[in-house]
Design a protein. Structure first.
Ligand SMILES: N[C@@H](CCC(=O)N[C@@H](CS)C(=O)NCC(=O)O)C(=O)O
Length: 215
């Protein structure tokens, strides 16, 4: 049995979604161990250190191995258990875009969003006034424009079919929506609706909220 180590509203939602896209079934093929964030700091609890010294979500336990990094875990799962057609072949013209967007999610997209989150929480002085606030705003505008222009040209980020890059980036675009910033971007709105219409995404949402409620 595979175990997803989960924090509510976190990147571990990517894994539950991927597992459902791969046809794995909650309770039969995988279980979820949910931890609560510290209500004041939103940090992961100290008990997670006992599972892995880095103590961040998600983690995946497979036998006696515990892996971290959502992107690495997704690649691990598809490499070891089959990719269900979510990875273009290296000869496919969409493969370079697949690689780019898969890694862009954690490598570039999250930074301006996190900078903005921390400055808005007042960690860099009065919100909206620090140099960091300006950097975050400019970074987010650049990010949103790049995602929007790509999604105006194609249905999914790496072409006309859904890939694992959309699991990585879909979580980011849903975060943009959750933060109330998607309004001016019709292609991102269309993309979020297409994600939410996927049966695997809907199953994952249900599994995630049920496992959070029973934590
Ligand atoms: N790049 C890592 C980021 C991991 C990460 O920062 N996870 C957050 C949740 S989304 C976390 O555990 N935060 C609590 C903490 O840092 O204490 C990944 O994609 O897995």
């Amino acid at each position: 049995m595979l175990t997803i180590i989960h924090l509510a509203t976190s990147r571990s939602d990517r894994l539950i979604w991927l597992f459902e896209e791969l046809g794995l079934e909650f309770g039969r093929d995988y279980e979820i161990r949910t931890f609560e964030r510290d209500p004041r700091t939103q940090r992961a609890p100290a008990e997670m250190k006992a599972l892995h010294p880095f103590a961040k979500a998600p983690m995946l336990r497979d036998g006696d191995r515990v892996l971290i990094e959502s992107g690495a875990i997704i690649e691990y799962m598809m490499g070891r258990y089959g990719d269900a057609g979510l990875v273009p072949k290296t000869s496919d013209p969409d493969w370079p875009d697949y690689l780019q967007w898969f890694h862009f999610a954690e490598g570039s997209a999250m930074l301006p969003i996190l900078l903005d989150h921390f400055q808005a929480a007042g960690l860099a002085g009065p919100p909206g006034e620090s140099e960091l606030a300006g950097m975050a705003k400019a970074g987010m505008e650049q990010l949103f424009a790049f995602i929007e222009s790509t999604l105006t040209e194609r249905t999914w980020l790496a072409g006309d079919r859904f890939t694992a890059a959309d699991v990585m980036m879909g979580w980011v675009v849903e975060m943009i929506d959750f933060r109330g910033e998607i309004g001016p971007y019709p292609s991102m709105q269309r993309y979020v609706e297409a994600i939410r219409a996927r049966p695997a995404r809907q199953r994952a949402q249900k599994v995630s909220s049920e496992s959070t409620a029973s934590a």
